[in-house]
Write a protein that binds this ligand. Structure first.
Ligand code: RB5
Length: 149
């Protein structure tokens, strides 16, 4: 029996409704969702939520992560400070596929003020349906990893 892929989700206050929609979509696809909030709408700083989700991925507790804020940019920047995380912010499906295939991204960031729910779910599907291609891309990803020191 293979373990389900665990996907951690988090956001700041700006993206709670979209995060809940993504969580329902990902769970309906059969993945195990680890939604670490927040659950209340008060303003809350995106770096702490990006870090918390990134640590779940870096530790191996979750294999992938999806994080959201208003633009996706700030929470992506925070997540990428955690060693072992490669997170890209995407507003199109092509990029979401390519960050898995070429960059071996283990986290996806979305901007709730940038993309609507329909496009966001398509982006999530493109990310989840793709796999790292290895080959010529592997040494390039290793160069990214080496930058972590
Ligand atoms: C919050 O207002 C906003 O700054 C945040 O959600 C995000 O867009 C930051 O990158």
């Amino acid at each position: 029996m293979t373990a389900k892929t665990r996907i951690v989700l988090s956001s700041d206050h700006a993206a709670i409704p979209l995060r809940l929609a993504v969580a329902a979509h990902v769970a309906a696809r059969g993945f195990e969702v680890v939604d670490i909030g927040p659950t209340t709408p008060e303003s809350t700083p995106y770096p702490q939520h990006g870090e918390a989700a990134a640590r779940r991925v870096a530790s191996g507790d979750c294999q992938l992560g999806i994080i959201l804020c208003g633009t996706g940019q700030g929470i992506m920047m925070a997540a990428n400070k955690v060693k072992g995380v490669r997170c890209g912010v995407c507003a199109d499906t092509f990029s979401a596929r390519m960050i898995r295939q070429h960059n071996d991204a283990n986290m996806l960031a979305l901007g709730a003020r940038v993309v609507g729910e329909g496009l966001a779910l398509d982006i999530v599907d493109a990310f989840l349906n793709a796999a790292f291609e290895g080959g010529r891309h592997a040494p390039r990803v290793e160069m990214i990893v080496a930058l972590e020191g």
